[in-house]
Design a protein around this ligand. Structure first.
Ligand code: NAP
Ligand code: G3H
Length: 484
């Protein structure tokens, strides 16, 4: 188990049921200590053509495989994931430097996701519509509306959840009767390839799930515009998402992109609860989550007290090696990400933001950092840092909070902390985001809830049932009974 896909640390791609290496490869290093973890294939355009050909061919018979059979394969994959969770969590930890506890939780969450997806798909049905519901038509015409696959799905996943955000595309796509080509993140590919090994071992037929590795900047445009791709499901940065949207033509898109989620703290909030939720929301996995809280908007009247409490909790966060127990802050994915976070901090300090904890950095490890008195001319008020830094913006009214939230180009989530349900609902109704959380941190789960970003945060809706619906389409067969 979990060994066929690599020889001497040289990983292959899953192509038509075989693990295939290529002449050119990319070395993958551990972001913690730069040790070599292995190599992954750098696929050429010719290799990609072979993959797409196999996916297209396999899709037809997979679409004819009974849903209950597809579900049984997914249940088996979920069980295999759980049986191998220790091994997978270690691979994940070494590749993306996520703390071990969160790696384990990513694997088990993924197993639950896969099972729930199989269950949900068994209950997705079409409908029958009579024509006489519409004025001027008679009952003799009936539409049978069924759900059919989109065809070949191209799934592109990001580095921060290479197992979960690959499976969240693969499982619903498979249950919808599609074949799927996964292009994992380069840093994260080894983890994602192991996930695909699990699906393959569980019985996904050859060609139904294939993988393509290579640098997005080199092979991305080719694969995204490939004539055999029928649908693109992308999770990653807004910059790359917008680029794909520009070149993809008429191919339907589902996109989960960046965010700048705000936590709004009103005068009547339970401050201890708000602080606990905000610390967890902002700093887990060192802030490298799309749904991380990326700015706090706090009422001026309670701002001093709130900032003091927040700073106290932030300074308690454990910083270090992902293997250590209870560690929250681990090294960022690479040095250039840390440089970017530092540049935002420097910009804010040069414009008179106030640091509430000392700034410490060693290579790609940045200690949790907190800035108060952040003003709207600072980049950190608007830009997604994807690192362990949280800006506090002081506000004087609910309207000001709504205005600042909605001026963002992003629209993923927001949190509101208040004990006044009327204010919570009023603010929620005004915020231009996919999801509003009341008295809790911003987060994606539970995974059967709808999850969508608007504006620069995405296109369409994910979440188990919604993802299956997004990756299938409605087909109508209309019958007219002339003897009625
Ligand atoms: P990224 O740099 O945009 O990369 C995402 C994926 O796109 C990777 O597989 C990457 O491959 C690939 N890619 C790069 N250039 C491409 C191109 N021209 N054509 C096709 N694919 C291309 O994002 P990331 O740094 O991995 O992830 C962090 C970002 O993702 C953040 O902005 C975060 O907010 C967002 N995110 C959003 C959600 C959500 O649900 N809304 C969830 C997670 C992450 P390579 O690795 O080979 O470059
Ligand atoms: O990075 C984006 C993930 O989808 C976030 O998931 O809120 O459960 O950490 P999460």
């Amino acid at each position: 188990m979990l060994k066929d896909i690599c020889v001497n640390k040289n990983y292959g791609n899953l192509v038509d049921g075989e693990w295939v290496t290529t002449q050119n490869s990319i070395e993958i290093y551990n972001p913690l200590n730069n040790s070599l973890l292995g190599t992954i294939p750098a696929m050429s355009q010719e290799d990609i053509n072979k993959v797409l050909k196999s996916s297209k061919k396999a899709q037809t018979s997979w679409a004819n495989t009974p849903v209950s059979e597809r579900a049984n394969i997914l249940y088996k994959a979920a069980n295999l994931l759980e049986e191998n969770k220790e091994v997978l969590a270690n691979i994940l930890m070494n590749e993306i430097c996520k703390d071990k506890k969160s790696c384990l939780s990513e694997v088990t969450r993924t197993a639950t996701f896969i099972r729930f997806t199989a269950d949900a798909a068994k209950h997705l049905e079409g409908e029958v519509i009579y024509a006489d519901n519409f004025p001027g038509f008679e009952k003799n015409k009936i539409s049978f509306v069924t759900r059919v696959p989109m065809g070949v799905i191209l799934a592109i996943s990001p580095f921060n959840y290479p197992i979960n955000l690959s499976a969240s595309k693969i499982a619903p796509a498979l249950m919808g009767g599609n074949s799927i080509v996964l292009k994992p993140p380069t840093q994260g590919a080894i983890s994602a390839l192991h996930l695909c090994e699990i699906f393959s071992l569980a019985g996904v037929p050859k060609g139904v799930l294939n993988t393509v590795t290579g640098k997005g900047s080199e092979i991305g445009d080719y694969i995204v515009t490939h004539e055999d791709v029928d649908f693109i499901n992308f999770t990653g940065s807004t910059e790359v998402g917008k680029h794909i949207a520009k070149i993809a033509g008429m191919v339907p898109l589902l996109m989960e992109l960046g965010g700048k989620d705000a936590a709004i703290v009103l005068e009547d909030a339970d401050l201890d609860r708000a602080v606990k939720e905000i610390v967890s929301g902002a700093y887990s996995y060192s802030g490298q989550r799309c749904t991380a809280i990326k700015r706090v908007l706090v009422m001026n009247s309670i701002a001093d007290k709130f900032s003091e409490k927040l700073a106290k909790e932030v300074s308690k966060l454990k910083v270090g090696n992902p293997e250590e127990t209870d560690v929250t802050i681990t090294p960022l994915i690479d040095n250039s990400s840390a440089d970017f976070v530092e540049s935002l901090i420097k910009d804010a300090l040069s414009k008179n933001a106030k640091q509430l904890v000392e700034y410490k950095r060693k290579n790609n490890l940045i200690s949790p950092y907190l800035l108060d008195n952040v003003s709207l001319d600072m980049d950190i008020a608007w830009v997604e840092p994807f690192g362990p830094v949280l800006p506090i913006i002081r506000i004087d009214s609910i309207e000001e909070a709504i205005n600042i939230c909605n001026r963002s180009n992003y629209g993923l989530q927001s949190s509101i902390f208040t004990s006044n349900i009327d204010n919570a609902f009023y603010i929620a109704s005004k915020l231009e985001v996919g999801t509003v959380q009341v008295n809790t941190k911003t987060e994606r789960g539970p995974d059967h809830f709808p999850f969508s970003g608007i504006k620069d945060s995405g296109i369409g809706t994910q979440g188990i049932k919604y993802s299956i619906e997004s990756m299938t389409r409605l087909k109508a067969t209309n019958i007219t009974m002339h003897n009625l």
